[in-house]
Design a protein around this ligand. Structure first.
Ligand code: SF4
Length: 463
């Protein structure tokens, strides 16, 4: 026993030294072992418990290990009902892989955060809070039963913009869900906007009556609030995660297109009053992006004042909004700005928020290192003629002369030679001819030249 304790102490000491050295010299995380130092000791035997403890229902009917892994589908709601998925081979396979720190089956998103030491926002931590891994019944369920939404947020893909949508989940599914709902410790509800998804009300009513202790966490944009919602929140065991990306009316309404800032503020006041009455809690889900990066410290201060915990989402697309794709000079500016921040408040929520803010800095430092190495890649100068030749090859052989003329006009409109990295050329080459043809055909107007430069920098698929 003493020898075991001795080894645990030595291992802990060595890993803490590794963390310290990495911080001092800006090195990357050494492994999942280092991440484990941030977790309670009884969770460390496995990097993630989602496969065993959780089940996520995607809007298209897929059942998956968690809301972060959209690749490793356990089964779908039509062909394989919940019991089949829970006893299925794929669930066991993923659990086994995660026991071996193997992130190759759709878990790269968590792995990347471990690598960049962005420990506080690692999705896997959500599933660290419950024991009983041997129980085949999930203790957590995550629902994304529809993408119904009322907003056109700028970071959402256009196909998700404000529309009412049908769901593949029917009454039979909701009935089959009930035995599992009885056992849940936590249920998480996503959208679209969850308060606009009617199927959730049936689940909430059932949980309020039959499983009062289950914590229901709703990820809401905070713009929808009716008497029915107030009653549900009052009668049930709920906590909210509210999207807050700006506290400035203009920027807020630019990001959350379709929302009204004043209405959001009014709702927020009700949510916080309600939280105090019920002694529950609110988290802020923040999307740090190119347009609001400098406002993030202010949002953290606002959260500290209200006693809300902050969590930072990762926006990878569109690239024009993603911090990941900023040049190193701009990333450095953000890092320096964040590092000058001293949050005065010292209560437990403020300490939590400060830790998450430091984790966000680690994430951005990772982007910074990637940007530096990208920028050091050799760039090759293309004359207009060479660029035209490269792009002409992208058009289908059947392309009409008018289309070729449009392309030529666009290249002629460029002010100077253009420098491309090898990866840019690879990106251009990877675009399908028909996609490129459609782009050229659809954009031959006065804005083409400007977009034409952006196409090379940001990729065709987003134009
Ligand atoms: S490692 Fe991350 S992505 Fe994979 S199952 Fe766990 S939480 Fe989901």
């Amino acid at each position: 026993m003493q020898i075991r304790i001795f080894f645990i102490v030595i291992q802990s000491f060595l890993l803490r030294m590794a963390v310290l050295l990495r911080r001092l010299f800006g090195l990357r995380s050494i492994s999942a072992l280092e991440y484990n130092q941030f977790r309670a000791s009884f969770y460390r035997k496995q990097v993630c418990f989602a496969a065993e403890r959780n089940l996520f229902f995607s809007h298209n009917g897929d059942m998956l290990p968690c809301c972060f892994n959209r690749e490793f589908v356990f089964g779908d709601v039509d062909s394989q009902k919940i019991p089949g998925v829970l006893s299925g081979e794929r669930r066991r396979t993923l659990a086994e892989k995660l026991r071996n720190n193997d992130f190759s089956s759709g878990c790269e998103v968590c792995h990347k955060k471990i690598e960049t030491c962005d420990y506080r926002s690692i999705g896997a931590r959500v599933y660290d809070f419950f024991h009983a891994p041997t129980n085949p019944m999930p203790l957590i369920m995550e629902f994304e039963l529809s993408q119904n939404c009322n907003l056109d947020c700028i970071m959402c893909p256009p196909e998700l913009h404000a529309h009412s949508r049908s769901t593949v989940y029917n009454e039979e599914f909701l009935d089959g869900l009930k035995p599992y709902l009885l056992k849940l410790k936590k249920a998480r509800f996503f959208g679209g906007e969850p308060f606009l998804i009617q199927e959730y009300y049936a689940i909430w009513d059932f949980l309020i009556t039959n499983n009062k202790t289950c914590l229901n966490l709703v990820q809401t944009n905070g713009t929808v609030l009716s008497q029915r919602i107030k009653d549900i929140l009052t009668n049930g065991n709920f906590a909210l995660s509210i999207s807050v990306d700006s506290l400035q009316k203009e920027m807020y309404e630019k990001i959350r297109a379709g929302a009204h800032f004043e209405q959001f503020q009014e709702n927020l006041n009700w949510f916080f009053d309600h939280t105090k009455r019920k002694k529950t809690y609110i988290n802020f889900a923040i999307c740090p992006m190119t347009v609001n990066a400098k406002e993030i410290p202010e949002i953290v201060r606002f959260a500290n004042n209200l006693g809300a915990r902050v969590n930072f989402n990762t926006v990878d697309f569109p690239k024009t909004l993603s911090l990941k794709h900023l040049p190193s000079s701009e990333l450095k500016e953000i890092i320096l700005l964040y590092k000058t921040e001293e949050f005065k408040s010292r209560n437990s929520v403020a300490r939590y928020n400060a830790q998450h803010f430091r984790s966000l800095i680690s994430r951005i430092e990772g982007y910074f290192r990637d940007a530096i190495s990208n920028e050091q890649e050799v760039r090759v100068s293309f004359t207009k003629a060479e660029l035209l030749e490269l792009l002409q090859r992208k058009l289908p052989h059947t392309a009409e002369d008018a289309l070729l003329d449009k392309l030529k006009l666009a290249v002629d409109g460029l002010k100077m030679e253009i420098k491309l990295r090898e990866t840019d050329v690879l990106q251009i080459n990877s675009v399908e001819s028909l996609v490129f043809e459609a782009w050229v055909a659809g954009n031959a107007n006065a804005a083409l030249i400007e977009k034409f430069s952006a196409i090379i920098l940001y990729g065709f698929q987003e134009m």
